[in-house]
Design a protein around this ligand. Structure first.
Ligand SMILES: C[S@@+](CC[C@H](N)C(=O)[O-])C[C@H]1O[C@@H](n2cnc3c(N)ncnc32)[C@H](O)[C@@H]1O
Length: 205
């Protein structure tokens, strides 16, 4: 993958993901988590401080060794049992119907085949389990979408395969999730092309 993607980008993402202005969003998306949770694209554990007390354990799925090391400081500061349990959201090493809830923040943009990852989440979630998501993607406005389509190839190169043009709601519905809550908004302090966020929850029937 190269030095940039393997060693530099995880540090950039760790710094960007630690921004104070993202904390209210992380708090919101994590608020409903409970029981045994799988988090895909765990990154450097920026959601860890926001896991509610109702969380019993977290299976972290993250390919980057550097990101996992950077998570150490947050893992030492929590009582929640977090284990790095997989490397690829597209192929989860878990039995069917094992988890009560799942979490994905700013990750479906980067996973090469997001449909495969959502299919896997449906498989490992219990019937009635909930996916909590906070993802950027296709903007609600056509003017912004035009720029997203223009900039997508550049974004993919500089941001580790991150796409600007994925429709989060469409991906969830196609995978068979029932969206129970959805808030679409532009993230403050981020250019609209990369800050069209979808925050909510989706039930696996
Ligand atoms: C933009 S970062 C978000 C990290 C973290 N979720 C956060 O909110 O700060 C995207 C993460 O997805 C991870 N990722 C990339 N490909 C993946 C895959 N196939 N399966 C799981 N995670 C993946 C990256 O290593 C990176 O940590």
């Amino acid at each position: 993958m190269g030095v940039y993607n393997d060693r530099v980008l995880p540090r950039i993402l760790n710094d960007a993901g630690g921004s104070k202005r993202l904390e209210p969003l992380r708090r919101r998306v994590c608020a409903g988590l409970a029981g045994d949770v799988v988090e895909i694209g765990f990154g450097s554990g920026r959601n860890v401080p926001f896991y509610p007390a109702a969380v019993a354990s977290v299976a972290a799925v993250e390919p980057s060794d550097v990101s996992w090391k950077l998570a150490d400081v947050r893992l030492r500061g929590t009582d929640v049992v977090v284990e790095r349990s997989g490397l690829d959201g597209q192929s989860l090493p878990f039995a069917d119907h094992r988890f009560d809830a799942a979490l994905s923040t700013w990750t479906l943009c980067t996973i090469p085949d997001p449909a495969a990852a959502l299919h896997e989440l449906r498989r490992v979630l219990k019937s009635g389990g909930t996916l909590y998501f906070l993802e950027h993607g296709l903007a609600p406005d056509e003017r912004v979408r035009r720029w997203q389509r223009r900039l997508d190839p550049v974004q993919r190169r500089i941001a580790g395969g991150c796409h600007l043009t994925r429709s989060v709601a469409d991906l969830l519905r196609t995978a068979g999730f029932e969206i129970t809550e959805l808030d679409v908004f532009y993230e403050q302090g981020t250019p609209k092309v990369a800050g069209a966020d979808s925050l909510g929850s989706a039930l696996s029937p």
